[in-house]
Design a protein around this ligand. Structure first.
Ligand SMILES: [Zn+2]
Length: 417
């Protein structure tokens, strides 16, 4: 299992200047390497409806400037621009590896046939971090002694260790990041032992969760967690700060300060949301052995809706990721089910009751059951998950004893009859 711990660091003014300088140099190099690749692409490709005479490469087509090519060119860079000698080569290599990743994400589709956007040139201040690939290794250039990170070129930088590195974990990499309110180091920590998941016989408490915009989440027993609305609450504050920026001269010191205030507010919002997510996740994981959630297509939801502000506030995708991480850590089983028809079907008899988003209650004409819309969906989600794992828990998960899990019904519902 790999986890990341992030700590604030307190560099001296000289050290901060040096970190900023490194980031700037790395940014320029990143842009140069990206330009080199794009140039190669332009010179070797020609649009299908054009006469190839216009864009035929002159001379020999050079080899694709791939990662290995660019890595071996680092030596030359150092000769031409001696300031790059100062930066550890492993840091520069990782910088190039990041570009290589972005490049491949753009050109090579993943399993689902999706590709990323074209890697962009980074504007001033937009490259915010650099990474060391080894920590506390005999050959590593960076050491962490529990109180400070030590590199020969920076000296010692104090780390505010607000929580200890957990037992059994080894520090793999360290990344130094510049954020709106200062500098941070994040360690990726690895524990070789595989956490054991709870076996199906031991599952006693189960819960199905439906996420929504009216309530952040609804469980199959009808319990709800409200939407926190952090973003909506700070909107006027944000607007005020944005207005202030617009009055300042672009690029001036006061403009930069005003920009930083906005960045800090965004950081604050992100932290609030993260905190809320973790608290909710821990609460669920503490109470239940099995958690069933929908496998949502968040991207499709956030597009073209008036609700995108609320969606920004709830960030279910990020929540489900955190819930998953917390569940794995505690050995709790989390199952993602296909959300198809979970809000339409009756959780009691399986009859399909079509309803639009505005209809908030589920009332079944067949078995006369009346439930909250989200609660009905949550029960369906739980049933689907239990069906997947192959357990029948008649009295658990908030289902009444006289309402056993209808496995056959839900199976039939899956078949396109
Ligand atoms: Zn029904």
């Amino acid at each position: 299992m790999i986890i990341t711990h992030c700590y604030k660091i307190k560099p001296t003014p000289e050290q901060s200047v040096k970190i900023d300088y490194w980031l700037e140099l790395l940014r320029r190099h990143y842009n140069y390497a990206l330009g080199q690749r794009l140039d190669w692409l332009n010179r070797t490709r020609c649009q299908i409806d054009r006469c190839s005479l216009i864009s035929c490469p002159i001379g020999e087509i050079s080899r694709l400037p791939d990662y290995y090519f660019q890595q071996s060119a680092l030596k030359q860079t150092k000769q031409l621009f001696p300031e790059y000698k100062e930066i550890y080569s492993e840091v520069q290599q990782i910088n190039l590896q990041r570009l290589d990743k972005a490049w491949k994400r753009w050109l090579i589709p993943d399993k689902k046939g999706k590709r990323g956007g074209r890697p962009r040139f980074k504007k001033s201040g937009k490259l915010r971090s650099f990474c060391f690939s080894r920590v506390n290794h005999p050959k590593a250039v960076i050491k962490f002694d529990g109180k400070q990170i030590i590199t020969r070129r920076f000296g010692a930088i104090r780390v505010i260790v607000h929580r200890q590195i957990p037992d059994g974990f080894v520090i793999k990499t360290a990344t130094i990041t510049k954020k709106a309110d200062g500098y941070y180091v994040s360690f990726s920590l690895e524990d070789k032992s595989v956490p054991s998941l709870i076996s199906t016989e031991n599952i006693k408490t189960t819960v199905g969760i439906d996420v929504g915009l009216k309530e952040f989440l609804t469980t199959n027993t009808g319990e709800t967690v409200p939407v926190p609305n952090f973003y909506r609450k700070s909107q006027s504050n944000l607007a005020r700060k944005q207005k202030k920026v617009s009055r300042k001269k672009i690029g001036s010191n006061n403009w930069k300060k005003a920009q930083n205030r906005i960045a800090r507010l965004h950081q604050h919002l992100a932290r609030q949301r993260e905190d809320f997510h973790y608290k909710t996740a821990h609460k669920l994981v503490k109470e239940y052995n099995l958690i069933a959630v929908e496998d949502l297509n968040i991207k499709g939801l956030a597009k073209n809706t008036k609700l995108s502000k609320s969606i920004y506030d709830v960030a279910w995708g990020a929540f489900i990721e955190k819930l998953n991480a917390v569940a794995v850590k505690r050995g709790v089983l989390m199952i993602k089910v296909n959300p198809h028809n979970t809000s339409q079907n009756c959780s009691h008899c399986g009859h399909k009751v079509p309803k639009t988003l505005s209809v908030r209650t589920h009332s079944c004409p067949k078995c006369k059951v009346v439930l909250d819309r989200d609660e009905n969906a949550a029960i369906n989600i739980l049933n689907k998950a239990l069906c997947e794992v192959g357990i029948i828990l008649p009295a658990c998960g908030g289902l009444d004893i006289d309402r056993p899990v209808k496995q056959e019904t839900s199976l039939f519902e899956k078949l396109p009859l």
